[in-house]
Design a protein around this ligand. Structure first.
Ligand SMILES: Cc1ncc(COP(=O)(O)O)c(C=O)c1O
Length: 484
């Protein structure tokens, strides 16, 4: 062992435990949080950025000031600035500041919530939040759940729980040749379809129910459930979406819940985006019927504005969640495991993400987070109403939350194929300019611009700036580019 290098490294560790060291990082964060002058997103290609990092990693540590300089030079200039009020791209949050600081503390504490003895305060906080969220959903005494790394893992775990309910022997025996089917809305998140394949059912057993007015068509669902019952085909779950990532639409949970109950089918609600509407008196009606669900995904890292990651799966009956991770025989009467979340989780080592959610609720309040949800939706509604008063844009739906799809239509003399090309180019050129950051998505076969307003510091004037920026981009394209 190189004794000198060991001593140097130990000295570096000690000196990094000081306020001086911390303040170097804090200054970077404050600069990032308070500057809205920078570009919202980079115009550089992946290869250009990657070339910056094509150097051998140092064999010996560098002074912290040099490392900070590298971060300032190589990392920060080309990040997506989610904190910028013109950031409106995807449902990833500019995190609430108290949670940014709490992230450092979570890292410092590094409590693994796998078992209680490794996280004696993190685990009870996780359980407390699960109970609170489950009450918001309307679940009773037997409810439980788990924090996950994201909506993807939460949806996967929900379907694992459904599998344990529908095929209790699957832990030992697998799903067999006659695997059950899963019925999903057309607008279900792509990870649902993946989960069906990953669970060993085979992707073709994910049956898509078409949409009517962006909602799962419940008449078609009723007909499919009837047909499947007549042919004795096992249904593992019906998956509804509350706040789809395309247009932010909410399925009719009441009707879907009743159908699931009539056919004795597991009812899963992917509320990764929209379950936070339960915090708002004004918007909670969109989730009417959610209490009928057997499982619900709710991502605080989306509309509760947490840093990645904080996602939650809630189940009406915790036993099914436990049976997703061991056979029911193994789980029987296993009271000792009550506080050990690994029995309900895909993960072994688990971050104490619940701590930052708890801190946000302490700092901003449950109603405070509800009002932020309303504010983001209100801004989106204003954008929609503004577009409705103009001739040069077309809104493609009325917003149900903080997501709006629309397109530039100019002076009506542009034909449909050209409108698609134009809007695709507007999206690319506008984002490339760094003036703002939006998304594009196909909707009903046409290219739409999509805005997801995630930043509570975005104001009405920024919505005007957005439309002006898009018009300028369009006009430049119409005069300089061949769009055919
Ligand atoms: C409705 C919905 N479900 C699931 C997911 C996946 O969540 P995550 O990205 O946290 O894994 C998303 C992501 O945007 C989503 O919008």
């Amino acid at each position: 062992m190189n004794e000198d290098l060991l001593q140097e490294t130990l000295a570096a560790i000690k000196s990094d435990m000081t306020k001086e060291a911390a303040s170097l990082f804090v200054d970077l964060i404050i600069d990032y949080l308070t500057s809205d002058k920078e570009k919202v997103c980079t115009s550089l290609a992946a290869e250009e950025i990657a070339s910056r990092f094509n150097k051998p990693l140092p064999r010996e540590g560098q002074p912290l000031t040099d490392v900070i300089e590298k971060i300032a030079q190589d990392i920060l200039p080309d990040v997506n600035r989610l904190i910028h009020p013109m950031y409106m791209a995807v449902p990833v949050a500019p995190p609430l500041p108290a949670t940014v600081w709490m992230e450092s503390l979570i890292g410092a504490l590094n409590q693994s919530t796998r078992v209680f003895c490794m996280s004696p305060t993190g685990t009870p906080v996780e359980m407390h939040l699960i109970r609170w969220l489950a009450e918001k959903v309307g679940f009773g005494e037997n409810a439980g759940g788990t924090f996950t790394s994201g909506g993807t893992e939460a949806n996967f775990t929900a379907l694992l729980a459904a599998r344990s309910a529908v095929l209790p022997d699957s832990w030992q025996e697998g799903v067999g040749a006659e695997a059950p089917v899963v019925l999903c809305a057309e607008n279900a998140h792509y990870t649902i379809f993946r989960a069906v394949a990953q669970l060993g059912l085979g992707k073709r057993r994910a049956i898509t129910i078409p949409s009517r007015n962006s909602q799962m068509d419940t008449d078609v669902l009723a007909a499919r459930l009837r047909e499947l019952a007549q042919t004795n085909t096992k249904v593992m779950a019906v998956v509804a979406t509350a706040g789809g990532c395309g247009t932010g639409a909410f399925d009719d949970l009441s009707t879907i819940g009743k159908l699931c109950s009539a056919y004795g089918v597991w009812f899963h609600v992917d509320g990764a985006h929209g379950a936070s509407a339960l915090l708002s008196k004004k918007h909670s009606y969109r989730l009417r019927g959610i209490e009928q669900a057997d499982s619900v995904v709710w991502d605080p890292h989306k509309m509760m504005l947490m840093p990645l990651s904080a996602s939650v799966l809630l189940v009406k009956n915790e036993q099914y969640l436990e049976n997703a991770f061991a056979s029911s025989e193994e789980n029987k009467g296993n009271k000792r495991e009550k506080w050990n979340q690994y029995t309900r989780s895909f993960m072994a080592s688990r971050r104490a993400d619940a701590l930052k959610v708890w801190v946000a609720l302490q700092r901003y309040g449950t109603d405070g987070l509800g009002v932020l949800y309303e504010h983001l939706c209100h801004l989106t509604e204003i954008l929609y109403e503004t577009i409705e008063t103009r001739n040069d844009f077309e809104a493609l739906h009325r917003p149900e939350c903080n997501i709006l799809c629309f397109r530039y239509i100019g002076n009506f003399s542009i034909d449909e194929p050209m409108l698609d090309t134009l809007n695709r180019k507007i999206y690319n050129h506008y984002n490339h300019s760094g003036l703002g950051f939006i998304a594009a998505t196909p909707i009903r076969g046409i290219v739409a611009l999509r805005v997801t307003i995630m930043n509570p510091l975005t104001q009405v004037e920024h919505l005007q700036t957005l439309l002006e920026g898009l018009v300028n981009t369009a006009q430049k394209l119409l005069t300089t580019e061949d769009l055919y």
